[in-house]
Design a protein around this ligand. Structure first.
Ligand SMILES: C[S@@+](CC[C@H](N)C(=O)[O-])C[C@H]1O[C@@H](n2cnc3c(N)ncnc32)[C@H](O)[C@@H]1O
Length: 285
């Protein structure tokens, strides 16, 4: 039997993933080939196996077991959301806040909570970029908490990262953390339950419902986040969170109703759509 040449293998991988990867297919094909070359097993067979997984709809991170996010490489798992590139906007916005604080008070410990930490993508990227950051990460599911611990340890960040498991801020209460945080970040689930069942049902084939289901209108967790975060923030502390396309008016109304914040700003994606809410608690609550 003739051996497949590297260009032929790349073409086969591309053909498999093109329907799901679209414009990103070239880059994804290279990542699949790199990952397959790193083993285990025979590289060509492994590359085709990973490409088939991707073709069945698994995000690239899940297909390859590794996910790049804002300068760090993380392990990915089936029962944890594979971090999305769009969430780098939240990461970069959080980094700008931390860098601003570090510029005002060089050397001071910067304390933050990463709520709904998933794989630990925001936690690890922010801890890696900001050596003075100390992060309390938490998630509803034990799988997410465990993967965050593992990813932080692999990147040598474990000493500055504490991970808990439970419903929103519940596991952080009564530990002396109230009113001490410079920043709270969250990429919450924000897809309305009904559209998750219909238009977005495919997401649930590979990743857990908890990562997506935002309740009847998509804003159940955001509503609770806006309610509960101020108790953990210092006066003037920042709350940054991602939300779904077109949810900005809803989010703005919710923020204004909760009288703990001094207005709301937004960060927009490359197409100009607002996707990150940026709030500060009042200096004098
Ligand atoms: C959209 S995913 C984001 C994961 C990760 N931070 C990221 O950016 O890829 C939402 C995360 O929130 C977690 N979550 C959902 N409901 C929660 C709750 N009530 N308390 C804590 N975490 C929750 C999910 O398990 C999931 O990991």
């Amino acid at each position: 039997m003739e051996e497949t040449t590297p260009p032929q293998l790349r073409a086969q991988v591309l053909a498999l993933i093109l329907p799901v990867a679209g414009a990103g297919a070239e880059g994804e094909a290279d990542r699949i080939l790199e990952r397959a070359a790193a083993g285990p097993g025979e590289p060509a067979a492994r590359a085709l196996e990973l490409a088939r997984k991707r073709a069945q709809g698994a995000p690239l991170g899940l297909a390859t077991g590794l996910q790049a996010f804002l300068g760090v490489t993380l392990a990915a798992r089936e029962d944890v959301l594979a971090p999305r590139e769009e969430t780098e906007l939240l990461g970069r916005s959080a980094l700008a806040v931390l860098a601003g604080l570090a510029g005002q008070e060089p050397g001071r410990e910067l304390r933050m909570i990463d709520m709904g930490c998933g794989s630990g993508n925001l936690t690890c990227a922010l801890a890696a970029a900001m050596p003075q950051a100390r992060i309390w990460a938490s998630d509803l599911t034990a799988s997410c908490a465990a993967l965050t611990v593992e990813n932080a340890a692999r990147l040598g960040l474990g000493e500055r990262v504490q991970v808990s498991c439970g419903d929103l801020f519940e596991p952080l209460r009564g530990r002396g953390l109230e009113a001490s945080m410079d920043l709270v970040v969250m990429n919450p689930p924000y897809i309305p339950s009904s559209s998750l069942e219909k238009t977005h049902a495919r997401l649930l084939e590979h990743e857990p419902r908890e990562a997506f289901d935002g309740g009847p209108y998509g804003i159940s967790i955001v509503t609770r986040l806006l309610q509960d975060a101020p108790a953990f923030l210092k006066p003037g502390g920042h709350l940054l969170f991602e939300f779904g396309q077109g949810q900005e008016k809803l989010v703005q109304r919710l923020a204004e109703r909760r009288e703990a914040y001094a207005g709301i700003g937004f960060a927009a994606d490359a197409q100009g759509a607002p996707r990150v809410g940026i709030l500060r608690t009042l200096e004098r609550p």
